[in-house]
Design a protein around this ligand. Structure first.
Ligand SMILES: Cc1ncc(COP(=O)(O)O)c(C=O)c1O
Length: 405
């Protein structure tokens, strides 16, 4: 085979595959409900549209510096001051083509072959594959108490002389959990003492509910941006619902940013100029946009919880933030991959198997869609799984018959 062993070993992104499957089913006229989706339904902020259109209509669209447009970096400096109460210089920032590429670039730039990165289960699907792409080793730390909250003692036990970094994603995809202040404080202290990088994937940090907030790691370090081991990843995909614009960024010490810039220059030259202009427009525009989106998602999360509470056998922790929750479906099946494909086939509902996030027996359900998607989607799942539900339901004018239980 003329394809590298490493490339062949990389798994397909299950969430993107499910998006594609849902799209194809819809194209064939099937009334699919997508509870797997990782993006909200909103339109991009008008300031993002105006700023990118102005750039586009100028016709003067050339390379930008590899680490990003200086004016966008200026907006990121301001964002960091406002949301993290942290002063960073433009030299501490690299703009990337989305938070996903941010994480790949960081891992590529810090890891030697066979070095380890600790992931906290449930973890975002792409982390293990990204680590394996650079011949690193993902080490999984799984909480045993079903709380989805990592314990410091388990992390300490998992650290070895090969540990280069720990990735923390809070609010967490897929569980929706925000890690406690105490935990973030402890992990910052531990990483700084041990010289381990702490990669904070903060992509959902603005999407937190009920007046809570996600404690920023910077709050717990006495070191400045040049000496801290904290690396922060963020972007416009989730807070502004600008997933298709593909703009993210990294905050880190100058040396690491310099190395990442050399790497980025050799791979993509720079993120797309027009899309950087869009991100700049979003960051410089009215920030009430984020609050409006957050309120919609918070309301959707409540609807999802109400619907799941009347689902026999399901146990679910109320999410603190993100677009997701991770109910326990082990009362119905321990095999989340089969369960998810059963629900797609029989009830036309897309869910993401917990196995992809390191927890089999769970399904990740998204509430980023409409309230109707949530209520109808959960109703269909109940119908398909609960033996007490009626034998038949109608979806539009289509009759579905439960002939399997
Ligand atoms: C935890 C987490 N990190 C990073 C990303 C990637 O974000 P982006 O679309 O900016 O690449 C996602 C997207 O789903 C995510 O859930």
């Amino acid at each position: 085979m003329s394809i590298s062993q490493l490339a062949r070993s990389i798994e397909e992104s299950p969430t993107l595959r499910l998006n594609e499957e849902a799209r194809q089913l819809r194209e064939r006229g099937q009334p699919v409900i997508h509870l797997g989706i990782g993006e909200p339904k909103n339109k991009a902020p008008i300031t993002a549209i105006l700023s990118s259109s102005a750039k586009l209509t100028s016709g003067d669209i050339k390379y930008t510096p590899s680490d990003g447009l200086p004016s966008l970096k200026k907006a990121i400096v301001k964002y960091t001051e406002e949301h993290y109460n942290k002063l960073v210089a433009p030299e501490n920032i690299i703009v990337t083509t989305g938070a996903k590429q941010s994480i790949y670039s960081i891992i590529f730039s810090i890891l030697n072959p066979q070095e380890e990165v600790i992931l906290l289960t449930p973890y975002w699907v792409s982390y293990p594959e990204i680590i394996r792409m650079v011949n690193g080793i993902p080490i999984l730390v799984t909480p045993e108490d079903g709380s989805f909250h990592p314990r410091m003692e388990d992390i300490v036990e998992a650290v070895s002389s090969y540990t280069k970094a720990i990735i923390v994603n809070s609010p967490n995809n897929p569980s929706g959990v925000v890690y406690t202040k105490e935990f973030i404080g402890e992990i910052v202290e531990f990483c700084e003492k041990k010289g381990i990088y702490l990669i904070m994937d903060d992509i959902y940090h603005q999407l937190v509910f009920d007046g809570k907030s996600a404690p920023p790691a910077y709050q717990f370090t006495k070191n400045d941006i040049e000496t801290t081991r904290i690396i922060v990843v963020n972007g416009v995909s989730k807070s502004y619902g600008m997933t298709g614009f593909r703009i993210g960024w990294v905050l880190a010490n100058r040396k690491l940013i310099e190395v990442m810039t050399n790497v980025q220059a050799q791979i993509i030259s720079c993120p797309a100029t027009v899309l950087q202009a869009a991100a700049e427009g979003a960051l410089n525009g009215l920030q009430s946009f984020i609050e409006n989106l957050r309120l919609t998602i918070e309301n959707n999360a409540k609807v999802m919880m109400q619907e799941l509470q009347t689902f026999n056998g399901i146990r679910v922790n109320e999410p603190d933030g993100t677009f997701y929750c991770l109910p326990d479906f082990r009362a119905y099946s321990n095999d989340s991959v089969s369960l998810s494909s059963f629900l797609l086939k029989k009830a036309l509902v897309v869910t993401v198997p917990g196995k992809e996030f390191g927890l089999d027996g769970y399904l990740r359900l998204s509430y980023a869609g409409t309230v109707k998607d949530i209520t109808e989607g959960v109703a269909r799942m109940k119908w398909a799984l609960d033996p007490n539900s009626p034998r038949e339901i109608f979806i539009g004018d289509r009759k579905l018959i439960r002939d399997w239980l």
